[in-house]
Ligand binder design. Structure first.
Ligand code: HSE
Length: 409
């Protein structure tokens, strides 16, 4: 097979990733990909590329028939949606890293790809350098997935690692995550769990064919965590991580959430530190598999964008096979979770909401309850609206009827 399709690229954004891609493509002629024009916001900024490449006029790229690939690496999700939808609409292939935009417009993006028969690739949008989407699309292209569980936000993992291992205050750790280029330009997206929920929305589509909106996913970030929670975790030998989970519950239902999680030392996620991400894929045939790598930062993100550009040379498209398996999975809120809730005032927590209570502890500093609760009750609990109360889930507490194979005679 020959890969003779020459890619003429229009690049949106010349930040750390955009510049990295420009440099790699220039130094790698075998990729047969050339950047024809680069659209930027600020015309007067000094750039490390010939000035004649740059423009502030998006239409010069979108209306250029010679440009057959748009690489969109800008921060603004609304502007990105305009660029991506226009490009797909006029038959150009698109590579994007914009998880917020993709999660917010998933249904429309599926429709646009179908209608225009164009490629839209976005490996860099989920877990930086780790090929999560391509694995779910190609290797796990059947209905054998039991669960996808992962640390999928590098900034929060970096902050929690610094706080727990070095005793660094939250604010300092966040500042470092920003300086190192891991955090979103609005870091509340990271620390409140929204970025992970956007990524989980995309994962749910490629894992189970679920077309959802990020608001359907319960997400709590790391901002409510209290020092007493770390003390509890250390006593029990756990590590607290922000974990995203999709768990098949039965033939139609999938549990999906992003929550701070007590991770036990036996879990592969226990040793995922700093900006690294790790994803455990639970399957019917292979038990568990674990993929691990850098989830944020200039080069890891560039690596995924580059891989998508290279895949366009042979016309690669996501096929969204899970949408067509004939199984209609949906997100369910009707399952039990085992949780820990800590608070200032134990009477704030309505214990009637729990199915079972395992432990109630009160001290002068902090109080906590552990027990099992139906997911929908947790999600709608009034006491969870109080930011003084923190909730942490025990890992693997949403368990489905993991489908197993019948033994062969
Ligand atoms: N802010 C994101 C993170 C960047 O920390 O994971 C990569 O998606």
């Amino acid at each position: 097979m020959t890969y003779d399709k020459k890619l003429i690229i229009g690049l949106f954004g010349f930040g750390v990733v955009g510049e990295g891609i420009y440099r790699v493509l220039k130094q790698t002629p075998t990729l047969q990909a050339e950047i024809k024009r680069i659209c930027i916001k600020q015309a007067d900024k000094k750039r490390n590329a010939p000035m004649e490449l740059f423009t502030t006029d998006a239409d010069l790229l979108l209306n250029d028939p010679e440009i057959n690939v748009i690489v969109e690496l800008i921060d603004d999700a609304e502007a990105a949606w305009h660029i991506v939808s226009t490009s797909l609409g006029c038959g150009k292939s698109v590579v994007s890293a914009n998880k917020k935009m993709i999660a917010a417009h998933l249904a429309e993006l599926l429709h646009l790809q179908d209608e225009n028969k164009t490629s839209f690739l976005y490996e860099a949008a989920v877990c930086g350098s780790i090929p999560v989407i391509r694995n779910l699309e190609e290797y796990y292209d059947n209905d054998m997935l039991n669960s996808v569980t992962g640390i999928i936000n590098g900034s929060t993992n970096y902050i929690l690692t610094r706080m727990n291992e070095d005793g660094m205050p939250y604010e300092d750790a966040l500042k470092l995550a920003q300086q190192l280029g891991f955090a979103e330009s609005d870091p509340s997206l990271d620390v409140q769990g929204t970025d992970a929920a956007n990524k989980l929305t995309i994962i749910l589509n490629h894992a189970y064919g679920i077309v959802s909106e990020p608001s359907e996913i319960m997400c709590e970030g790391i901002t409510r965590l209290h020092p007493a929670d770390s003390v509890y975790a250390k006593e029990k030998g756990y590590s607290i991580k922000l974990v995203a989970r999709a768990q098949r519950l039965n033939q139609t239902d999938v549990a999906a959430y992003v929550l701070p999680t007590f991770v036990a030392p036996g879990s592969q996620l226990f040793n995922v530190r700093f900006e690294f991400n790790g994803v455990i894929i639970g399957t019917r045939l292979a038990d568990e598999q674990f993929i691990y790598g850098k989830g944020a930062g200039r080069y890891p993100t560039s690596s995924a964008v580059l891989s998508d550009i290279a895949a366009l040379r042979y016309g690669y498209k996501y096929e969204y096979k899970k949408l067509y398996t004939g199984v209609d999975y949906r997100i369910s809120e009707d399952h039990l979770l085992r949780i820990y809730v800590s608070c200032e005032n134990i009477n704030d927590i309505n214990q009637q909401d729990f199915d079972t209570i395992d432990e109630t502890y009160t001290s002068q500093n902090r109080k906590y309850i552990t027990g099992s609760i139906t997911f929908s009750k947790l999600r709608n609990a009034d006491w969870l609206k109080n930011n003084e109360n923190s909730v942490i889930v025990f890992q693997d507490s949403a368990n489905g009827e993991n489908h197993q194979l019948e033994e062969l005679e």
